[in-house]
Each structure stands twice: as C-alpha cells, then as structure tokens.
Ligand binder design. Sequence first.
Ligand code: HPA
Length: 262
Amino acid sequence: MTAVADSRPVGIIGGTGLTSLSDLTIVGEENASNRWGEASSTLVHGVLGEQKVIFLARHGNPHRIPPHEVNYRANIQALYDAGVRTLVGVNAVGGIHRDMGPAHVVIPDQLIDYTWGRASTFFEGELEQVTHIDFTWPYDNEGRELLIGSATKAGVPFSGFGVYGATQGPRLETAAEIRRMERDGCDIVGMTGMPEAVLAAELGMRYVSLGLVVNWAAGKSDHIITMAEIEEAIEQGMSGVKQILERSMAGLGRLSYLPQPA
Ligand code: HPA
C-alpha cells in the first residue's frame, strides 16, 4: 500500500490519444454537470505517482466531441468543484518550429488565441462587477518547471518553451495560415488550448500544458497531413507524456494554491 499525500487532487485533462490513463489506480468515478452544462466525460478519481489525481477526457471517452464543441466551462468548473487547483492539459499539436517535429513534447510558456465563437469566460451575464483577469503568463511557471524537470529526468525529447497557437478547427490549417502563425511567433498549433487555459486562470487555478507534436503543421512537410501519421506519432510519443505526468504529480500536488483572482 503506497502512502497518498492528503493534499488536493491534481487535475489532468487528456486530449487526443489520451482518453484514459492506464497507469492510474482508479478509486472512483463520478458524472459531472454544473450550471455550465455537462462535462465531456466522467471525472475519474485515482492515484498516480502516489498523488491523488482526477482525470477528465476532453473529447469524451470514447473520443467523440470535436474541439469547437467541447464544453470547456463545464469541464473546468467540474474539476474546480472536485477540489482541483492545479491542472495539466495534455494537447496533441502540430509542429511549426523546425525543432518541434512529430513525437516531440512541448511545454509552452505562451499562447496566441485564434479561436472564435467559443464560450470563453465565466464572467458574463448578471454580474455585480466587470472582471478583467491578468493573463500575461497563461501557463503556471512553477508547474512548468516541474514538468521540465520530469521531462529531463525521463530522457524524453522536449522543448521547455514555446508559443501555442490555438485555432478553431475542426479542420486543419492552410499552409498560408501556418505561415502567418509562424510570423506571429507560434511554435505549435492546436485546437484545444483555449479557452481552457483562460477559464482555469479565471478560477485561480494553476494551469500547465503538455503538448505532444503529432504532425508537422500544414505546409511544413512535403506531404499533406494524414490520420495515419498522427496515430503513429501518438503511438511513439504518448509513453513519454505519461512518464512526465507520473514523475510530476507529487510535485504538482505540493504546489500552494493561488489566491482567487479578484
Ligand atoms: N493543427 C491544429 N491542431 C492540431 C494539429 C494541427 O496541425 N495537429 C494536432 N492538433
């Protein structure tokens, strides 16, 4: 029997290629709905690396909800209500930067939001005051450092910095869109990083992202993007992602809680 620190659970939102965590010792499961609607999947309570964890499958389990139809508010609220204050979002991404090819792991430090029409704030409707949260640093730095340390120890090829460009999907981008994103400074491109990151910030959670590159972004290779190459990169890279998660959990669980934003 392993000792489990009596701390708050760390949240993990699994994306494409990570609808369940095989290394998680499951201790319970609950349906989750709240005033924003129903979460994408059940909340799976478990233990990973001796740390209490709550896992949620962003696209449902089995994978059925496309990125633009994920109820990000219901998901983040459900994890918050279950006690999560530190959250890791696992994201499949396309690689734009030349060093970030398939199966590479990226721990981004910045993002640019190109999504549109998504419910992307908790602060709307009948409010007593208007709230503008600070979002200068969208990813929690202490959390990032822990992921970076774990990736180094695990020997997984990774980049500890990167700008995540969040696109609307579900289609992939044109080559010109990727060239524009590159000029903007984006290193990776994905469809789920926003509004997840900002909603977590609005509730005062620490949020970090673990991006697994599953294809070269449009126009960055000599071929079009195929599901076969994406599946191959997931197969190749997801065990590294899981190792980083397992090694980071205890440290993430020990991080202090951020004060609730005003
Ligand atoms: N673009 C957007 N989202 C993605 C990609 C991509 O190339 N690969 C995986 N998610």
